[in-house]
Ligand binder design. Sequence first.
Ligand SMILES: [Zn+2]
Length: 79
Amino acid sequence: MSREDRDFNLRPEEEQQAFLDQTWCNECMEVDLGMKNPKEYEENGRVFIEGECLKCGSAVVTEIVDGVDEDEEEDVEEF
Ligand SMILES: [Zn+2]
């Protein structure tokens, strides 16, 4: 598994905020609780933002899908 760090701060502020707001927390089982301490990284050609749930502090990970080629595959990743 190759994991490469990227700089989340290079993104436009609006985009950063959107990613920070649009989260899914496995612990709270709720969407959009928000995250803090975001870290962006790329793994196997996919880009993720990892942070901490604002509510419970658990790690939350959001995959960034750039562009329009969203595929429909259900890819549940467990962290
Ligand atoms: Zn949570």
